[in-house]
Each structure stands twice: as C-alpha cells, then as structure tokens.
Design a protein around this ligand. Structure first.
Ligand code: SF4
Length: 176
C-alpha cells in the first residue's frame, strides 16, 4: 500500500493506493479527482512547474516562465537544465513561447510576464543594437546604440556587458 497526498486542490486529502487485480484501489479521497491523481501518481507522475530564465538586460535580469501543461515529473530537471543554459535576447512577453515542444513532450515553455517587453518598449530598446556593429543591421536611433558602450558609461564591467551580437554567434543561439 502506498500513502500519498492529493495535490489537486487545497483539501490535500491523505490517500492510500493499493494495486488489486491490476486495478488501483484508492481510499481517503473525497472526490474522483483524487482517484485519477493517485492512478497517475502511481504509474506516471506528472507536474507543471515554473522557474525563471536569464535575459541579456541587466535591468530585467530574469523573466518568469512555466511549462504549458503537465509533463512527466522525472523530466523537470532536464528541462530546467535546458532553461538554465538559455539567455533571452529579444523582447518577449506573456504567452510567448521560449521552447516549443520541449523534449518532445508536447508542452511548450512559455513566458508568463511582460515585464521585459514593457521595459524595452518604455525605453525604446526593441531594436537594441547591442554593439556599434549593429549599425550594420540598420539600427540608427540613439536608443539602438551599443549597449556595451552605454553600459560602459554606466560603469559596468561584467562579461555580460560584451557585445550581445557577438555572444549570439559564440553561443550559437537563435533567439533574436
Ligand atoms: S481528492 Fe478531491 S477533494 Fe481531496 S484533495 Fe484531491 S481533488 Fe481535492
């Protein structure tokens, strides 16, 4: 017999699940959802989860993301690993997809806040040049001048303050 707590609603029913003749017999649940949860938990436990992903902007260093649907619990760390190696380098807001069909699980990793997008819009940085080379990309407004230079003016010295355009090539990322 396996003891488990249903996390489907705040009642947090304490349940017992036992396999009898190939069927999971569940007790302690106050509703049918507890039975479903227990069966899922005993065969292929699933979870949703939220975390944050880095951005290329010091003023908004991270933005929140979550998986769009439940995924197998044992895949969470693998997905976290993937997210931890990413840096958002373009305006992204609530509902935008960061990783489509992550690990082939038919779930996307999506952004859950527009804080970065709003920051970039408020500061006219949508077409952020990131470096003087960005003039080659057509960035001509003052806002699109090199962030590295801007940062230098602000006295920053971190590695992140190097040219983002160059970083993209180095990291082989395609989030533009
Ligand atoms: S069994 Fe039903 S009532 Fe109890 S925690 Fe699960 S969903 Fe809520």
């Amino acid at each position: 017999m396996k003891e488990l707590v249903c996390i489907t609603c705040p009642n947090s029913c304490r349940m017992q699940a036992e396999l009898e003749n190939g069927q999971w017999k569940v007790t302690g649940n106050k509703c049918k959802r507890g039975q479903q949860f227990a069966e899922s938990e005993m065969t292929c436990p699933k979870r949703t989860f939220s975390t944050t992903v880095k951005t290329a902007w010091d003023s908004v260093p991270v933005i929140p993301v979550r998986v769009s649907r439940e995924i197998p619990k044992d895949k969470i760390f693998q997905i976290m690993e993937e997210i931890n190696h990413m840096t958002v380098r373009k305006p992204m807001g609530r509902g935008d997809v960061l990783i489509p069909d992550v690990l082939g699980l038919h779930a996307d990793v999506i952004v859950t806040s527009s804080v970065l997008k709003e920051y970039l819009e408020e500061n006219n940085k949508e077409n952020t040049c990131m470096h003087k080379d960005c003039g080659q990309e057509g960035g001509t407004s003052q806002e699109s001048t090199c962030m590295r230079r801007n940062r230098g003016q602000e006295g920053e010295t971190s590695q992140e303050s190097t040219c983002m355009r160059r970083n993209r090539a180095q990291e082989g990322e395609n989030y533009e």
